[in-house]
Design a protein. Structure first.
Ligand code: GLN
Length: 500
């Protein structure tokens, strides 16, 4: 990552720029900012709304189920990035995929604004499909704006883009969370939809600044390939619908079946993908070790996101029930905690970018495996603090602890995120053999999907184990994984070949 977000000597004098970056970056920046605003806004109140307004039964059961629905839903959304990337590469081009994705997401939020259970689940499906189309392809378009330019400038562009993500992510819970929790859930969802609509309008108006980026599909599918893809979608989709119909008709249907099915899918899809890629005859002997190295990074990222993304489920429930949220006689909404991490990212991302550059100049920048190991130690550390917070809440007379517990948890998590998330994005493009760049990028997002699919299951252990034991258990797992990664660092670096 480069040290400066603002100035770049390689821009042509007189050419209009956005903070020193190509003008098209402003368009993509605003689109991603609003997309993340709508996504994180909706996500911030999802669990609370499920518990309060959708699910039935005793509170503990509702909370556990809401946490697993949340984990699985995150998994579905990130899994949708793979077909989304395919549609852009082979059918539409990224430009159109992002546009359609944005429209579908906005429709999804408006559907959630309708107070009905059916509308609620239909809205979630639309948002997942739209995000799958938008998220991977807008990231690819950012890369496209820097085609032929220095890698440092591209890195700086991605840092700026990461800031857009987090500005949207920070504002969303404040606005959507406040409206959803304090006024009306559906108004909260509607505001998320308005944000996305604004994004689509400015994307259309600003698209003239994007040049040819994403206009055409990279390798258009032949009619035969389109037919095969359609056949596969119909076959697998049909099988899934038939299984669901049979379940309902037999009277055995339970929402847990969908949760379990998707969790299994989250594990099976990456395994099948890695094996297929490894066996692909187009892969050269020098590329094969790189895929093996990527599998290590992938597995670590799965564990990282599995722990990290519990902030929207168990940690939000902890914020809701077990923290003292009073400021001068007013209780702030639990969903506001979701703004803490993005706010920290906005401050820390440029600092980390500068730190890596400074260390690199002295030849002391940690290697990528070392950064991943650090990320695991930090995420483990954050859950160790959560374990203590849980114990403190259990021993407190009111059952509540101060906000500083969660604030420290989020600070340590964010330090970990800085060592893994932007690093992983650029690593994926570096390790990917030319013909697999899109697929490796999709796999990077799939790590988040699998992590969330797994936490759809693991969060169920929270209730029987209790906070202190539950969080400490994951702290130990993450710290052991971090130490293992550190010890395996030399071996992984050897697999990476010329990639640092
Ligand atoms: N917070 C980042 C985003 O929303 C990273 C998400 C991820 O890759 N899991 O894009």
């Amino acid at each position: 990552m480069a040290s400066s977000l603002t100035k770049d000597s390689s821009s042509t004098p007189g050419e209009k720029t956005f903070l020193g970056h190509p003008r098209g970056m402003a368009t993509l920046f605003m689109t991603e900012m609003w997309e993340r605003f709508s996504w994180y806004g909706m996500r911030g109140i999802l669990v609370l709304y499920l518990v309060a307004g959708v699910l039935d039964g005793p509170l503990q059961g509702r909370e556990a189920l809401a946490a697993s629905i949340y984990g699985v839903y995150n998994a579905v959304v990130y899994m949708a990035a793979m077909p989304g990337g395919w549609i852009a590469d082979r059918l539409w081009g990224a430009r159109k995929a992002v546009l359609i994705g944005g429209i579908v997401i906005a429709l999804g939020h408006y559907t959630l604004a309708v107070p009905s259970d059916t509308a609620f689940f239909a809205g979630l499906v639309l948002i997942a499909a739209g995000t799958g189309l938008l998220k991977p392809n807008i990231s690819a378009m950012v890369g496209g704006l820097y085609e032929g330019q220095s890698s440092a400038r591209r890195d700086a562009g991605f840092t700026l883009f990461y800031m857009a993500i987090n500005i949207g992510g920070m504002a969303a819970p404040l606005v959507v969370g406040y409206l959803g929790e304090n006024v009306n859930w559906h108004l909260g969802f509607a505001v998320a939809g308005i944000g996305m609509t604004l994004a689509v309008v400015q994307y259309v108006l600003g698209s003239r600044h994007l040049g040819d980026v994403g206009k055409e599909p990279g390798t258009p599918a032949t009619p035969e390939e389109k037919r095969t893809a359609l056949r596969k979608v119909l076959l697998w989709g049909g099988l899934a619908v038939a299984a669901l119909a049979a379940d309902v008709l037999l009277g055995t249907y339970d929402i847990e079946h969908i949760v379990n099915f998707l969790a299994v899918l989250g594990i099976v899809v990456p395994v099948v993908y890695f094996v297929a890629m490894y066996r692909n005859p187009a892969l050269t002997a020098t590329d094969k070790p790189k895929i093996q190295a990527f599998a290590w990074f992938f597995a670590t990222a799965v564990l990282f996101w599995m722990i990290y993304d519990q902030s929207g489920s168990l940690l939000t429930l902890f914020a809701d029930g077990k923290t003292d949220r009073m400021i001068g006689g007013w209780e702030f909404p639990a969903s506001w905690y979701q703004s803490v991490n993005p706010a920290m990212v906005i401050v820390l991302a440029p600092l980390f970018a500068a730190l890596w550059v400074r260390l690199a100049k002295r030849n002391r920048e940690p290697s990528t495996p070392m950064k991943f190991a650090l990320a695991m130690l930090l995420i483990g550390g954050s859950f160790a603090i959560m374990g203590l917070a849980g114990a403190a809440a259990a021993n407190s007379e009111t059952g509540k602890v101060t906000v500083f517990w969660l604030l420290s948890v989020y600070l340590v998590q964010t330090l970990g995120e800085m060592c893994l998330s932007p690093v992983g994005l650029s690593l994926s493009t570096k390790l990917a053999p030319k013909q697999f760049v899109g697929q490796i990028m999709g796999l990077w997002f799939l790590a988040t999907a699998t992590g969330n699919a797994l936490n759809g299951w693991t969060t169920k252990l929270n209730e029987p184990l209790g906070d202190a034991a539950y969080y400490s258990m994951w702290a130990v797992v993450a710290i052991v994984a971090g130490l293992t990664f550190m010890m395996a660092g030399r071996k992984i670096r050897a697999l990476m070949g010329d990639v640092r």
